[in-house]
Design a protein around this ligand. Structure first.
Ligand SMILES: *Cc1c(COP(=O)(O)O)cnc(C)c1O
Length: 351
């Protein structure tokens, strides 16, 4: 029967970081430091949980066409922008490709980066064109623009997953000036940096900014993301979105979580403090990061081996072996609770 399965899924798909958890469970860890998925270590607040519970009482009904509470909360944060919401930024990424790209058209990706752009583009029949970042993981504008020639859509992640580095807004502006198509700027981690790319939306009508509630807003399990889009694109993306993709529970919890600015700020400050401590106290090379994780170079060990050894010591981190165009000697380490971070420093230095 497998002959009916598309080639792309016979070759592979999204790689989940499940191996570390299996090893840690096998090792009988009393508690496990979960630093593999860039999640907020704190559960949602009681107010967010209450909003979600209230919403589930109406779950016999389909979500309303416009989820006003969620949209109002987003509008309060982004008063000048056009917004599209979806089931995680992952849902938004798929919808942007659906809206713009015909089969066999090129989609450009600045690698190494988040693998889902390539998977989603390939799944919709696009031709994926990788443009490798420089050795310090910065983006070369001439190289990127040359890869983008004739392409309708390109993906650029800043702060970049898994490398953590930022592409300055001026560089993004240069790219927007020079490219023929749309730039999808993935800002999943932007709240952990001090950069704001939204002013570019005022100047360029070929920019889409992706955001998520999975990271700073602590709702990874509810699947909620959104995009800031140019006015002209908004109605077409709405047509391409999966109907009712955002559940009533996600919308209610999201609206409540977006209102907790102080909580988000405190978490971002915690992340910034620990990023500095990681850079100072980890004995391996720690790359500069504007996100809630850092990239650690464990050469001459492979990332996979280092991940396995840390997992056996009850610390889950992500091996970067599955990221396209990245050699296998890196770990991506999320910033967690204090005890998790302390344990990580101790164990990674003992490798
Ligand atoms: C986590 C992440 C996302 C989005 O995640 P969702 O949970 O689907 O909103 C998007 N891009 C990058 C680079 C990420 O790391």
């Amino acid at each position: 029967m497998t002959r009916w399965v598309r080639e792309i899924y016979k070759r592979g798909g999204y790689v989940y970081a499940t191996r570390a958890m299996e090893i840690a469970k096998g090792a009988g860890c009393p508690r496990i430091a979960r630093l593999a998925s860039n999640e907020n270590p704190s559960p949602p607040s009681p107010a967010v949980v209450a909003a979600a519970c209230e919403a589930v009482k109406g779950a016999n009904r389909y979500p309303p066409e416009n989820q006003w509470e969620l949209l109002a909360a987003l509008k309060a944060l982004h008063p000048d922008e056009h917004l599209v919401v979806g089931a995680g930024m992952d849902g938004i990424i798929e919808a942007v490709i659906r809206t713009l790209v015909e089969p066999n058209e090129a989609v450009v990706i600045a690698t190494p980066t988040f693998s889902f752009y390539g998977i989603a583009a390939g799944a919709q029949g696009a031709r994926v064109v990788s443009c490798r970042r420089e050795l310090d993981f910065s983006v070369s504008v001439p190289a990127f623009l040359s890869a983008c020639r004739g392409a309708k859509l390109a993906f650029l992640c800043t702060p970049n997953n898994p490398t953590g580095n930022l592409t300055p807004p001026e560089t993004v502006a240069e790219i927007l000036e020079g490219m023929d198509g749309i730039l999808f700027l993935d800002n999943a981690y932007v709240e952990f940096s001090d950069l704001d790319y939204r002013p570019l939306l005022r100047k360029y009508d070929n920019l889409v900014i992706g955001r998520t509630l999975s990271k700073i807003h602590a709702l990874a399990g509810l699947r909620l993301g959104y995009a800031l889009v140019p006015a002209w694109l908004d109605p077409f993306m709405e047509r391409a979105m999966t109907p009712f993709a955002v559940s009533v529970v996600a919308a209610a919890a999201g609206a409540a979580a977006l209102g907790e600015a102080e909580r988000a700020k405190a978490y971002a400050a915690h992340v910034a403090r620990w990023r500095d401590r990681f850079a100072r106290e980890i004995r391996w090379k720690v790359h500069p990061s504007g996100a809630n994780f850092v990239l650690v170079d464990v050469a001459p060990m492979t990332g996979t081996r280092a991940m396995e050894r840390l997992a056996a010591r009850c610390v889950l981190v992500r091996s970067c072996a599955s990221f396209p165009d990245l050699e296998d000697h890196y770990l991506r380490v999320s910033i967690g609770d204090d005890w998790e971070n302390e344990l990580l420093i101790r164990e990674i230095n003992a490798l």
